[in-house]
Design a protein around this ligand. Structure first.
Ligand SMILES: [Zn+2]
Length: 378
């Protein structure tokens, strides 16, 4: 966790515009829990002659299945489908395959957890550029900002929907948030459209997200950004438009991107935006977080559907979200195995291990949280 060892600026609540950097915030110094947890997890990887923390054959096989599903569903949708039912089934599969590329391949690679070799991680991270996102932007927004400051209002941009919704008790409530537990599910769907056409470009031009400033991209990163966006627009819109009327292209693009946006948002919101997760703020006097980093990560992250092999396989282990936030550079292929270690260590240190038994109970908890945050009392 080298990121936490950076020197603190004079005022940790203010970004320094003179230096292109993300906002700084320090955490409590007690490392008992983190040290014990790391020792236990390292012990697991030492067993059996030393397991690698990177992805193994299971991840490679999954990569092949997901990329094949993506390519085949796209080909059949554009060149073979003959009626509405076939088109709808194929675009659903295409949207789900695209989301799975994000969860399983690009997410691990963006955290440098897919492989031991840096260039393999780089190439696999480009799958995100291929499907309309930006691996450069994702690294800074997700792997750095979100992971470092998860659920800290004003720092974690993943819980900031602007006027559209209120995800944290420390955000201002607007009258129409009263209905956010109904309409935000649709907004989630459209977030992917915004991401593909506006958000990445906006962040690239602004050089950051929220109050965080990112280092300017290298020429290489800029080339990947432009080439990725161009490739995405060509396969998603231009090629279908050559063979089909524009309204059919927009119709299927619309359904595919809503499926993608819905899945992405829900899978990433369920572990954090529920009543079982904390939303701590920096101490008013010291400007620091009171809890140590690892305890903070544990308290703001809730697992779901740990016993479901289908959810675990499809969502890239993001249902083991506490494990992911504590060990982001370990491939998700190992999360089911280290989950019991994390749970036991939490209990041994008197920390709650909060989880939802199923995906649906997680969805219900998120619904209740949205409703609660939209109520006038809160
Ligand atoms: Zn992550």
């Amino acid at each position: 966790m080298t990121l936490r060892q950076e020197p603190s600026p004079p005022n940790p609540n203010q970004p320094n515009p003179a230096h292109r950097t993300i906002m700084k915030l320090e955490f409590g110094q007690d490392k008992d829990f983190e040290t014990d947890l790391r020792q236990r997890v390292n012990q697991y990887f030492k067993q059996g002659g030393g397991r690698s923390k990177a992805g193994d054959w299971r991840l490679h096989l999954k990569t092949a299945i997901i990329l094949t599903s993506f390519a085949v569903s796209y080909f059949l949708l554009v060149f073979v489908a003959e009626n509405l039912l076939q088109g709808l089934l194929l675009v659903l599969l295409l949207g789900l395959s695209t989301a799975c590329i994000g969860f399983n391949i690009a997410h691990d690679a963006g955290h440098k957890a897919y492989a031991k070799t840096p260039w393999v991680n780089k190439i696999m991270a480009w799958t995100m550029d291929l499907v309309g996102g930006s691996s450069y932007m994702w690294f800074w927004k997700h792997a750095v900002v979100h992971h470092r400051y998860v659920n800290i209002t004003g720092y974690d941009t993943d819980i900031d929907l602007g006027y559209l919704g209120r995800l944290s008790p420390h955000q201002k409530r607007l009258p129409f948030h009263r209905w956010q537990h109904f309409y935000l599910w649709f907004v989630y769907g459209f977030l992917a459209v915004h991401w593909e056409f506006v958000g990445d470009f906006q962040k690239m031009i602004m050089g950051g997200v929220g109050k965080h400033r990112f280092p300017r991209p290298t020429t290489h990163e800029l080339v990947v950004f432009v080439a990725g966006k161009a490739a995405f627009f060509i396969w998603a819109l231009l090629i279908p438009w050559i063979f089909h009327p524009w309204y059919a292209v927009l119709f299927y693009y619309g359904i595919g991107v809503l499926v993608l946006g819905g899945f992405l948002s829900i899978v990433f919101q369920l572990p954090h935006c529920v009543a079982e997760a904390d939303f701590p703020l920096p101490n008013r006097d010291t400007g620091r977080m009171e809890k140590p980093w690892a305890v903070h990560q544990s308290s703001v992250t809730v697992d779901y559907a740990r016993r479901s092999p289908i959810v675990s396989w499809l969502f890239g282990g993001l249902n083991f979200h506490k494990e992911h936030h504590l060990f982001p550079t370990i491939s998700h292929a190992h999360y089911p195995a280290i989950s019991s270690i994390v749970e036991q260590t939490c209990r041994d240190h008197g920390l709650a291990f909060r989880e939802h038994r199923s995906f649906w109970s997680g969805i219900a908890a998120h619904y209740r949280w949205l409703r609660k945050m939209g109520e006038p009392d809160h």
